[in-house]
Every structure is written in C-alpha cells, then in structure tokens.
Design a protein around this ligand. Structure first.
Ligand code: FAD
Ligand code: DHB
Length: 392
C-alpha cells in the first residue's frame, strides 16, 4: 500500500488531518487500531475553543456542531461555599467556548471520511515506523490477520499517548519531559439535565470537582480521587453525595442526581516530547503531548497541531516548499508549553494536595481570590481558557 502521507491513529487528530489533506488534494491513508464502534464511543473531552470550532468549520465538519453545540459565555469558580462567574466575552473582547463531545466530533469525521474521503482502515494496528530519515518511510501494520506495509513520503503519528510513532524517535533525537500528579479524575456521564448553565470548577478541602455537560439532557461530572482508585470503591450514591458536598454553596443551589451511564478513572499527567519531528516522521496531538485535563486543553491542542500540519502539507503540494513543515515542531511546541503551563496552574490551584499543609491551602485560596477580585487576573485566565491566538 502507498500514500503521500500515512496517518497512524483515527482519533480527532488523525481524522481531522485526513480531512484537511483530502481538501488540499494530498492523498493519505489512516490506520486505526480499534474498531469503529469503540472509537466513536470512547468518552473523553467536551470543551472546544473558538479556534477548534473554526478548524472544524474550515474542514467542512461542523454541520452538526453548529446546530447541537452549546455556546458558553463563561465558567463558574466555586470555593469557600461561594460562586463566582467569569464572563468570557467581557474579559476577552468577545470570545466564547463551545460544548460538543469528542465522541460526536469523531462520529462526524468518520462519517465524512467513509463517504468521500481517503482510506480509513479500522482494526489496523501500526507495529512500527521504519526508515524515518529516508525519503520514503514505511509503516508496518497488522490488518485482517496479516502484517502489511504502508510506504509513504511522510508519516504522521496521531496515535495518542500509547502509540508506536514516538518509539521511532531514537533516544538521542529527542527528550520527553513528564510530570505525574498525585491524584486522578473519576469521570461520570449521567442521564440527567445539567444542574448548571455554565461549567463549574470547584475547589474544596475534600478535593476538586467539575460539572460539565454533553447536551441539555446529559451531564458530565468529574471528581478528584487518589491515584490507584478502583471503580468499585465508588458506587453511584457515593459519587452523587461527594459531588454534592464539593459543589455546596451558601446560595440556593442543588445538584440534580440521575442514572450514571459510564464511569472511568484517569490519572493526571503532563508529558511533552521534543521535537515533534524526526526526518519524515511528525507527531501530532496526544502522541506528542499530554496535559492534565483541568482547563480542557488536550483536544484543543491536538486540533491546533493538525491545523498547522494541514497548512504545511497544502503548501508543500502547491509550491514544493517544506518551509512550514520545517517550522512545525518549534511553532507547535510554543503553544504546547503555554497550554501545559495553564493546565498545570489550574490543576495546582484547584486540587487538594494529598500531603498539602494549611499554607498550601491558603495559597490556593489567595490565587482564587485574586482571580475573582482583579479584572486583569480574570482576563488572563479567560484568555488562556478560550484559547491563545496562533501563532503565539
Ligand atoms: P487519541 O484521541 O488518543 O487518538 C489516538 C488514536 O490512535 C486512537 O483512536 C487509538 O485507538 C489509535 N492508536 C493508538 N495506537 C495505535 C496504533 N499502534 N496503530 C493505529 N492506531 C493506534 N481532554 C480534555 O480536554 N478534557 C477531558 O475531559 C479529557 N478526558 C480524557 C480522558 C481520557 C481517558 C484520555 C485518555 C484523554 C482525555 N482527554 C481530555 C484528552 C483528549 O481526549 C485528548 O487530548 C484527545 O483525544 C487527543 O486526540 P488525539 O487524536 O491526539 O489522540
Ligand atoms: C470537560 C473536561 C474538562 O477537563 C474541562 O476542563 C472542561 C470540560 C468535559 O469533559 O466536558
């Protein structure tokens, strides 16, 4: 099998890149290790920056997003039993965010690709990328019970945090920076209308809680839990009681419980691999970087990477120039480190430190008070949350 660009991974990064390349007239093949149903049901992110919405529109993949996406004008911070609203349009000169589930983005992109796009092979697991420094790298993959090869001009690893593309970088050709946080998130999807109009980020002595949503009928909620937490420790009643305790305020507000339809535990970590290119192998999305989810940057970073890559391959096809591909890694990494910093700041400000002392606790409150008291501090949070401009 042959393609100008071989894409490993059919998550949001790989699928959107395939769409952008298709529209630019660059042929590609996408290899996805999992089945279509699995990829379309995997519960993950849901908050889209304006730039992500724009990228999906430019790719012609936003018809349903434009009708079903929920535009949000701010978030609520809760601490010390108080609620504080941050008004994004006022703080940022008009920016908003949109709630639309990652599962739906994936469904929309898969449907487009299968209708008129380049080949998308499900249950096709890449085993290795070979000869990345040559003019024609090769992806070895397993499909329909036999090993096959995909010869390419370029390979893009969009295969997430456990993929194989990063393994093709020799140790001397890069460096991976990591940080593990001493807590995880228990995420639940519940068949109940959200108890809020905006997302709520709550800091509580018992730990962080986040109230998000997927639609006017489905709520998405997260609880900080210790690392190593097992789902059987958290029956549904315990989850609702804990959420209610962490969101409690002096004002008149109650959390509406309902049937929980999915539960998972995700460890919190930061990872950045530098550089994001080795010869003719490029990385995009979680394959290159992972951020802790507080602040919802993971999916948005993946989209911003492939937006740059789409432009770079379009320029290569139109002019023969690799100028944008040559600048890709440096340009992406500037944004990646800013998102990593913001996610880290939000994480540390809002989570209870397992070994934290009274001083740490007071520092968190002082940070939150500064944001709610100072327009400059609030505007800084809002600018990062709604998405920094590209390029930085
Ligand atoms: P992925 O979505 O991981 O896609 C990678 C794809 O590659 C997958 O489909 C995988 O099956 C495939 N693949 C892997 N290995 C191979 C191989 N060898 N061959 C072929 N295919 C392969 N972000 C937020 O902003 N908010 C959240 O609440 C949030 N929750 C998350 C929960 C979990 C459990 C995880 C893992 C991530 C979460 N994220 C969240 C992060 C966000 O979902 C990711 O940043 C986003 O999915 C990145 O997209 P991607 O396409 O780069 O990677
Ligand atoms: C969601 C997840 C996040 O990490 C976040 O900060 C906001 C929203 C979500 O899944 O809806």
């Amino acid at each position: 099998m042959r393609a100008t660009v071989g894409i490993i991974g059919g998550g949001p990064a790989g699928l959107l890149l395939a769409r952008l390349l298709h529209r630019a007239g660059v042929d590609c093949v996408v290899l996805e290790s999992r089945a279509r149903q699995y990829v379309e049901r995997r519960q993950r992110a849901g908050m889209l920056e304006q730039g992500t919405v724009d990228a999906l529109r430019e790719a012609g993949a936003a018809d349903r997003l434009d009708t079903e996406g929920l535009v949000h004008h701010g978030i609520e911070l809760r601490f010390d039993r108080e609620r504080h609203h941050l008004d994004f349009p006022v703080l940022t000169g008009g920016r908003t965010v949109t709630i639309y589930a990652q599962t739906e983005i994936v469904k929309d992109l898969v449907a487009l690709q299968l209708a008129d796009g380049p080949p998308l092979l499900f249950e096709a697991a890449a085993l290795a990328v070979e000869k990345p420094l040559s003019g024609s790298p090769v992806v070895r993959f397993l499909h329909e019970g036999r090993e096959q090869t995909l010869s390419c001009d370029w390979v893009v690893g969009c295969d997430g945090s456990h993929g194989v593309a990063r393994d093709a970088f020799p140790a001397a050709a890069g460096r991976t920076y990591t940080h593990d946080y001493p807590y995880s998130w228990l995420g639940v999807l519940a068949e109940v209308p959200p108890s809020c109009e905006e997302l709520i980020y709550a800091r509580h002595e018992r730990g962080f809680a986040l109230h998000s949503m997927r639609s006017p009928r489905i709520s998405r909620l997260y609880l900080q839990v210790p690392n190593g937490t097992r789902l059987l420790e958290w029956p549904d009643d315990r989850i609702w009681d804990e959420l209610a305790a962490r969101f409690a305020v002096d004002a008149d507000w109650t959390l509406r419980p309902g049937p929980i339809i999915s539960k998972s535990v995700t460890p919190m970590r930061s990872l950045v691999h530098e550089p994001m290119r080795h010869g003719r192998l490029l990385l995009a999305g979680d394959a290159a970087h992972i951020v802790p989810p507080t602040g919802a940057k993971g999916l948005n970073l993946a989209v911003s990477d492939v937006r740059l890559l789409g432009g770079a391959f379009a320029e290569l096809r139109a002019t023969g120039s690799t100028r944008l591909l040559d600048g890709y890694s440096d340009l992406c990494l500037r944004r990646v480190w800013q998102a990593t910093r913001f996610s880290d700041d939000m994480t540390r400000m809002l989570h209870a430190q397992p070994d934290g002392d009274a001083f740490d606790h007071r520092m968190q409150l002082a940070r939150l008070r500064r944001i709610t008291a100072s327009r400059h501090a609030a505007a800084e949070l809002a600018a990062n949350y709604t998405g920094l401009p590209l390029p930085l």
